[in-house]
Structures are given as C-alpha cells and as structure tokens.
Design a protein around this ligand. Structure first.
Ligand code: NVA
Length: 304
C-alpha cells in the first residue's frame, strides 16, 4: 500500500485487508509509532462530518503529522475549481489528500491529477475507512473475522458496499436485506463475490430483514437517507419502512450478536429507540476504532 491511494476496499488485496486489521489492532495497543513526522495533509470535505474529521485530525497528530481542514465553502470542489486544478495545486504543498466527496468520480479525478496519495473519507460509492474500523471492532469482540454471519439491513449504500468487500476479503458471510432496487452496485458486488469465492464465504441478497437476521453474528444498519439524498427523504422513508433493526428482529440473530451502526443514527427510522443502548451494541467502539483503523491505513501508506 506504500505510496498508494485508498479509494476502495478493493485497493487492498484480501490478504492486505487482514494485514491492515492486524496492524490496526497492534497500533491501538502499541507504543506510538510516528510515521507521519513532518508530513502535512489536506482534509477536503464536501459533506459534513463528526467522526471522520475528528478521527483523522487526531490520528494524524498522534502519528506526528499535521493537517489543514478545507470545507466545500473554502474550496468549491468541481464548482469553483475543477478537481484537476485543486489536485495539482495541493500536490505542491501537502503529502496527502483525505477527501469526502459527493461523487466517487471526484476522488478518481483528484487521484489522477496528483502524485500524492488520496484517501477516501466517504464517497457516494464507498466508505472504506469505516469498513476497516468495523472489521477491527468485530475482531476485538468476536476474536476472529472468518466464519461469521454479517447481516446488513437497509440501503445497499456506500457503507454496505465497503463492508461487503471487507467481509468477503476476510471470509465473513455478508447478507444484505434491502428493497430490490437498493442493492449494492453491480461492479462492487462482482468484486465482493469473487473475493468471497476465494475466502470460501458468501455474499447474499434477500428482501426480508428476518431472513438476513437468522443466526447473524452481526446486525448492521445505516441511515436510509445518505448525504446528498435529502430530496428523496419522503420516498425513502416509505420504501424502507420495514428495514429497521429493533429488538424483535434481533431475536432471530445469535444471542451474542453485535449491533453495529456507523452513525449518525436516526432512532425511529432504521433502528428502534433502544438499539444504540442495547447490551449487544458496539457502536461507540466502532466510532473509536475509526481512528485506529485510519492510523493503520496512513501508516501502511507512509511507513518506510
Ligand atoms: N451512508 C451514510 C454514511 C454516513 C457516515 C452517508 O453517506 O451519508
């Protein structure tokens, strides 16, 4: 991964995903390497962020680097200036770009027009850093990643896409329960299925949440309305009405299931009021682990 971009989980080999989680696990418990000493980063965010922004800023500082946060108001990605110009200008000053964008294409353009690494801090297509933090959380709670059943209930969105790729890489079974028209995009699904074939795991789609939840080790959900889809809010609330994780659905899962959500969480929509504070909920460990996983990503890119 040295010197490379991280736009998709698929930018890592399956083995690379396992190695990254091992690295994150060790770094979380380690003595504090500083591979980013003297390195400067641009955090280019077109959309709001709590976890991603703070976890990158704090993580970069802990690794010895510094960063400058740039909002869409500051930069006007693709509006005030084209990605190609922004990339070539930042390339002259900083050692890496960490970008949260509406369109995955913007990330590809940034990566194309600069020589420094670009890291995906969420696009419409993927959220790879989230998936790395999620695997670290599952590893910590379950002691393994293979032979687990991960059920994602809701929209086959960016979080689901990266998690499917991540699960397939490490041998965990992944089942999405979603309305038929809200599945993971075909190119991502094809890659996930080919990884799953190699790791002897399964990637499945079902329309019934209860079917996905049967014997699940992990019950995962995310908002029905991702950033940028606000105009579809009413329609999505109607379509996704049954795709909620609540205490009743959780009865179908294994008794020691983990409840996971990348947050922000909309209680009463994709999850019941009680799930965040359910005894099996690990959502705040997930949030914490974003930082550890991202530190491992940056260490893998920048270590000698
Ligand atoms: N799917 C959500 C994730 C938020 C962290 C979104 O894209 O808005």
């Amino acid at each position: 991964m040295k010197g490379k971009d991280f736009l998709s989980v698929a930018d890592l080999s399956s083995e690379g995903v396992s190695q990254l989680i091992e690295r994150a696990y060790k770094m979380k418990r380690g003595k504090g390497e500083r591979p980013l000493e003297g390195k400067e980063f641009a955090l280019l965010f077109e959309k709001p962020s709590l976890r991603t922004r703070v976890s990158f800023e704090v993580g970069i500082r802990q690794l010895g680097g510094t960063c400058t946060y740039l909002s869409q108001q500051d930069v006007g990605l693709g509006v005030r200036e084209p990605e190609a110009d922004i990339a070539r200008v930042l390339d002259r000053w900083v050692d890496g770009i960490i970008a949260r964008v509406f369109s995955h294409r913007s990330l590809e353009l940034l990566a194309k027009y600069c020589d420094i690494p670009v890291v995906n801090a969420l696009s419409d297509l993927e959220h790879p850093c989230q998936a790395m933090g999620d695997l670290l959380t599952i590893q910590e709670h379950k002691g393994r990643l293979s032979d687990l059943n991960v059920a994602f209930v809701g929209d086959g969105n960016n979080v689901a896409a990266s998690l499917a790729l991540a699960c397939a890489s490490v041998g965990a079974n992944f089942t999405l329960a979603s309305p038929e028209d809200y599945q993971i995009p075909a190119p991502v699904l094809d890659e996930a299925k080919s990884r799953a074939a190699r790791s002897e795991s399964r990637i499945d789609w079902v329309s019934e949440p209860n079917e996905a939840a049967q014997d699940a080790d992990v019950l995962y959900t995310d908002t029905w309305i991702s950033m940028g889809q606000e105009d579809e809010k009413a329609e999505r609330i109607a379509i996704f009405g049954n795709y909620k994780i609540d205490e009743e659905l959780a009865k179908a899962a294994k008794s020691d299931f983990l409840f996971m959500h990348d947050m922000p969480a909309y209680r009463g929509q994709e999850l019941s009021e009680g799930m965040i504070d359910h005894p099996n909920s690990v959502v705040f460990d997930q949030a914490e682990n974003r930082m550890h996983a991202q530190k491992a990503v940056l260490a893998a890119i920048y270590s000698d």
